[in-house]
Design a protein. Structure first.
Length: 385
């Protein structure tokens, strides 16, 4: 058959393997978080790193429609991508920017930068003055994360300088917790106290306080004292609890699923090896299903021989090394009518059972944030609901 028309890009979206984004779950999580923080606190949706792998544009549209007031990204390019998609909400860039070209890009896309040092504030003021422009800025105060930001002991002086600049509009002061997912609140309380000291000093200089924010997901769920004027929700937005002891605070729903189709089913004999290196050897007559997804899609190779997946609501064991584009399952105990084309759930819900990003994170000794961010762009993001 001659193909005369170019197929649409969405043509093969669910033919091989894909990431499914449950928009209803995402909006449910936004409403839960908004209800939790109350009317007087703004919700900033943290959608850096392509919205933790969920697809930044789709997520931005959904969370804004559900009531989020602000967006946060890590880089100017991420912000530009949202503007190119006609998203008009205020956007904070969490990462550092220094160069004149970066400042011009911030102005062009109307993105609001984080300032981290006095030198950076000078550089911004100089470039803005030469362009005859001004820009709202957000000051990152390091109260104990030792990442970006001016140390809390020097922050008030710095804020005062910025507030007096004719081209920098002091929009917010913020800080970031280092240990908010730890059940022991000692460090979080200390960081909170340091932030309060800075605020006291700023007030004593006679400056009106701009907007204040401090809490990531774990901070949001830990204590209302950390909410201030605005909260910065990442992981919780995507329906995952930042720590086991915070899992019961809100009924959040996971947004992301990973699915793929069976491409072949075959029988092998006892004693036969499966996949590279024969890391699995059949101990019985075994039916093997091949699935069209691999580590090049972001399925961690270190889960080889340890992972389970769901088919028809039942748990099935993955066997042998996970390869670049494919992996194998032992489907001996599933009905004989299992055929190529059948959907396999690697992460997500099928029937009454669920495999969570936390499960993979625990198995791999990492955190669920990293699991969410690991799915490659070869997997189409498909919105449902
Ligand atoms: C990533 C990030 C967040 C969101 O963190 P979660 O733990 O995913 O909620 C908030 N604030 C800053 C500064 C961040 O870098």
């Amino acid at each position: 058959m001659l193909i005369t028309q170019q197929p649409p890009l969405t043509w093969l979206q669910r033919e091989r393997a894909w990431v499914e984004i449950d928009r209803a779950a995402l909006q449910h999580n936004v409403r839960q978080l908004k209800h939790w923080v109350g009317d007087r606190v703004e919700l900033m949706a943290v959608i850096k790193a392509d919205a933790y792998g969920h697809g930044a544009v789709t997520v931005a549209q959904s969370v804004l429609a559900a009531g989020a007031e602000w967006l946060a990204v890590a880089t100017i390019e991420e912000g530009g991508q949202l503007r190119e998609a006609n998203i008009t909400a205020p956007i904070l860039v969490l990462g550092a920017a220094h160069t004149p070209d970066q400042i011009k890009a911030l102005l062009h896309w109307q993105l609001q930068p984080t300032l981290c040092t006095m030198q950076q504030a000078f550089a911004f003021a100089e470039v803005l003055q030469s362009l005859g422009r001004s820009l709202p800025v957000h000051l990152n105060i390091d109260t104990g994360m030792a990442r970006l930001g001016t140390r809390w002991t020097e922050a008030a002086t710095w804020a005062q300088w910025v507030a007096r600049s004719p081209v920098l509009q002091l929009s917010s002061l913020y800080s970031h917790f280092a240990t908010a997912d730890d059940p022991d609140p000692t460090v979080m309380q200390l960081q909170h106290q340091r932030f309060q000291v800075v605020l006291q000093q700023v007030r004593s200089h006679g400056l009106p306080l701009p907007k204040l924010h401090m809490a990531n997901s774990a901070g949001i769920l830990s204590d209302r004292a950390y909410h201030f004027d605005r909260v910065r929700a990442g992981l919780a937005l995507y329906g995952l609890a930042p720590a086991p002891h915070l899992a019961d605070r809100l009924p959040l729903r996971p947004v992301l699923s990973v699915k793929a189709r069976i491409t072949q089913v075959k029988a092998i004999e006892p004693g036969e090896g499966v996949s590279y290196g024969y890391r699995y050897v059949a101990d019985r007559p075994t039916r093997v299903a091949v699935v069209g997804i691999g580590y090049a899609d972001g399925v961690p190779r270190n889960l080889s021989n340890q992972m389970q997946v769901l088919i028809r609501g039942r748990r099935v064991r993955q066997i042998g090394s996970i390869t670049m584009d494919q992996l194998m399952l032992d489907v001996t105990d599933l009905p004989e009518d299992l055929m190529p084309g059948e959907v396999v759930t690697l992460l997500g819900t099928d029937g009454g059972d669920q495999i969570r990003a936390e499960d993979w994170a625990d198995q791999l000794g990492t955190i669920s944030w990293e699991i969410l961010c690991s799915f490659k762009h070869r997997l189409p993001r498909v919105s449902v609901n």
